[in-house]
Design a protein around this ligand. Structure first.
Ligand code: SF4
Length: 430
């Protein structure tokens, strides 16, 4: 294993789809791996560091996904597994301990270190959970070392966040009270988190905590009094781990668009027994502002047909928002996984005539897309360029995870993300 790389630059139809048949495919997939999640997670937990134990390919992936971001003190890097490690000529554990020691000596600001597993670390069967235990003995209590896997060609890029947050759950203290406490689960941009905190406060809901927290030592408590509101639809493992510790999931639509945000807030309000008129009084102004902004994008989007390839796991809530609040017509909504319990409030809101597909057989799906000739295709980076070359307008699904899109104040930005490629095409044609 070589020394750290990447430290210098890191960069409307009401009937719905609840019972509709789902096309399940298990063929070749075009997706990014879970390492990608580091790009937004490292900004969120401000005293954490993500050390990918991987190859140069992994380092390249992270740097390309990070784009042009340059940090004086980056919070992620790759410990490169080289040929000697792969050939079993070096003790990868000794090398890892040395690299971690160097890193922590140089960066006393780090309080939480994630060892992030990759395909190469799994190929050489490097046991990162044992490595984390060993390193904790050396570096705790100053630094807590955890591990999760970001690897895989059979995963989606948002599963990295799920694996990371799931690794935090055993670290959360047990709650010592029976009074209900709200836990919002899923990384949200700070601006969104602050808006949500104000809305919960106005509703009279509290205490409220967010997972992940902004600082490693601010991990919220969890127990049977915890009411869990998911901010992201891709957190199956994290939700399961929290439920195992007693947390109770509040079914809700996801906070995308005016309707989704109101539904999400009301799910919490319902659990707190807040009267409907009080909830309405709090949410009305934000909802109204969002609707006014959305109206500006309606002309560009209404009636336009949209096709979702499975990628981010945000596809179903996005399609619901675009169909119901902007009049778009989803023709196929592909999702990597269809988690019915977490999507129970979303599925009935989808148009009745849409094809729902789970998993992927990329060639067959491309054929369906070409046959449908949609106005806009939402897909991963690997498919966007070839589809653009064939004349399709595309939207990178990864942008929807990097951009603050949740809540009333962001509804217009979310609509604009879809309107922009269509407006640009129209201008090019004129
Ligand atoms: S798919 Fe595997 S090898 Fe490729 S970047 Fe991700 S973890 Fe690394």
């Amino acid at each position: 294993m070589s020394s750290l790389a990447a430290l210098g630059r890191s960069p409307a139809d009401q009937a719905g789809c609840t019972e509709a048949p789902v096309l399940r495919e298990r063929g070749q997939r075009e997706v990014f791996c879970g390492l990608t999640g580091i790009i937004w997670l490292h900004r969120k937990i401000q005293d954490a560091f993500f050390l990918v134990v991987g190859s140069r390919t992994c380092a390249h992936l992270i740097q390309s996904a990070a784009g042009v971001m340059i940090f004086a003190e980056p919070r992620f890097a790759t410990a490169i597994i080289d040929e000697r490690d792969l050939a079993g000529l070096a003790d990868a554990n000794d090398e890892l301990d040395r690299v971690v020691g160097q890193l922590l000596a140089r960066r006393p600001d780090i309080r939480l270190l994630f060892l992030v597993g990759s395909c190469p670390s799994e190929v050489i069967k490097l046991d990162l959970s044992r490595a984390a235990q060993r390193l904790n003995r050396t570096h705790s209590p100053d630094v807590r070392v955890l591990n999760y896997s970001g690897s895989g060609i059979e995963t989606t890029f948002t599963q990295g966040e799920d694996a990371c947050l799931a690794s935090l759950v055993p670290e959360m203290p047990a709650s010592v009270t029976s009074a209900p406490a709200l836990l919002v689960v899923g990384a949200l941009a700070e601006v969104v988190e602050d808006q949500m905190r104000r809305l919960f406060a106005a509703l009279g809901i509290g205490p409220v905590a967010f997972l992940p927290p902004r600082r490693a030592r601010e991990l919220p408590a969890v127990g049977p009094n915890t009411r869990m509101l998911l901010a992201q639809p891709f957190l199956a493992d994290t939700a399961r781990a929290l439920e195992a510790r007693g947390a109770v999931h509040l079914p809700a639509p996801f906070p995308l668009g005016a309707e989704g945000t109101t539904g999400w807030l009301r799910a919490a309000a319902g659990a707190w027994g807040i009267p409907a008129d009080r909830s309405r009084a709090v949410t009305e102004a934000g909802e109204q502002r969002a609707r006014i902004v959305l109206d500006r994008h309606r002309e560009a989007l209404a009636g336009r047909r949209i096709f979702f390839f499975p990628d981010s796991q945000l596809e179903i809530p996005l399609a619901r928002f675009l169909a119901r609040e902007l009049g778009m017509r989803p023709v196929e909504i592909g999702t990597p996984y269809l988690h019915r319990a977490h999507l129970a409030a979303e599925l009935p809101l989808l148009p009745r005539d849409v094809l729902l597909s789970e998993g992927q057989d990329v060639d067959r799906q491309l054929d369906r897309c070409r046959a449908e000739k949609p106005d806009l295709v939402v897909c991963g980076l690997g498919l966007a360029n070839p589809l653009e070359a064939e004349g399709f307008a595309t939207k990178w699904s990864i942008e929807l995870v990097f951009t603050p899109i949740q809540g009333y104040e962001q509804a217009g930005d979310l609509a604009e993300l879809f309107a922009r490629p269509l407006v640009r095409r129209q201008k090019l044609r004129v």
